[in-house]
Design a binder for this molecule. Structure first.
Ligand SMILES: *Cc1c(COP(=O)(O)O)cnc(C)c1O
Length: 234
């Protein structure tokens, strides 16, 4: 089995090649190490291999890991976020990828103001229109943005999706293209106070295709840390 450092190196090498072939108007794709369920020791290995962006999907895990790891880590909240838990992480997270309701946006705004900061947020899109997934429908995006764009304490910074599970990453290429087009279309509407520079898409199975299609952040867990065992927890 290859080590965490080797896995990171091979993913970074692959991203570097893809970045070099990006068209001029496409920004570089960066890697987020998705460390959910993994122990602090493994995160330290990834940190020592150069990782500074980590993704977690549980508030409790962010709180516990935050104090045990270096303070220059950028913690990305990538999972479904309950409104009543925002207060615990408002001063800790670098970015929240999973905003999909007005209620949640309002709460993040309120807690960010209290923490004296502006939190960059991404709007989660249910790009595959899957029953089991969170996120708003692409056709709801404009109205949703217009509801939350003037909130203080948050900065709408782009879009995020969890594409359908597939054995062939090529199956998701059209979804990633659609995400990029959606962000371009929304920018053209000249809505105040928004920025669509971030696209968070691509996971272990399809990060290369997502990177080719202009992802800003690929979120890779299994490909770095190995399979997760949800029974053991952290
Ligand atoms: C777990 C998770 C990932 C990483 O998934 P892998 O397939 O292990 O790379 C990415 N994004 C989200 C939102 C996740 O919950």
């Amino acid at each position: 089995m290859s080590s965490i450092a080797e896995n990171i190196k091979s993913i970074q090498d692959s991203l570097a090649k893809i970045n070099a072939s990006h068209p001029a108007d496409m920004k570089d794709t960066r890697l987020i190490a998705v460390s959910k369920t993994k122990p602090v020791e493994m995160l330290k290995e990834a940190y020592d291999a150069g990782m500074r962006d980590f993704g977690e999907n549980k508030v409790q895990e962010i709180i516990e890991k935050y104090d045990k790891l270096p303070s220059d880590i950028r913690w990305h909240m990538i999972g479904h976020l309950q409104t009543n838990k925002v207060k615990y992480i408002a001063d800790k997270v670098y970015m929240i990828h999973s905003v999909e309701s007005e209620k949640l946006a309002l709460e993040i705004s309120k807690r960010a103001i209290a923490a004296g900061r502006v939190i960059p947020v991404l709007i989660e899109i249910n790009i595959g229109d899957e029953e089991s997934k969170f996120g708003i429908k692409p056709e709801e995006l404009y109205d949703f943005v217009k509801k939350i764009n003037t909130l203080e304490g948050i900065k709408i910074s782009g879009l995020m999706c969890v594409a359908p599970y597939t054995d062939d990453p090529e199956n998701n290429r059209a979804y990633f293209k659609r995400m990029r087009q959606l962000s371009v279309d929304i920018m053209r509407k000249n809505i105040d106070n928004i920025d669509m520079s971030v696209l968070s898409m691509g996971m272990s199975g399809d990060y290369e295709v997502a990177a080719m299609e202009g992802s800003s952040y690929v979120r890779v867990g299994t490909g770095i840390f190995g399979e997760r065992n949800y029974n053991i927890g952290m």
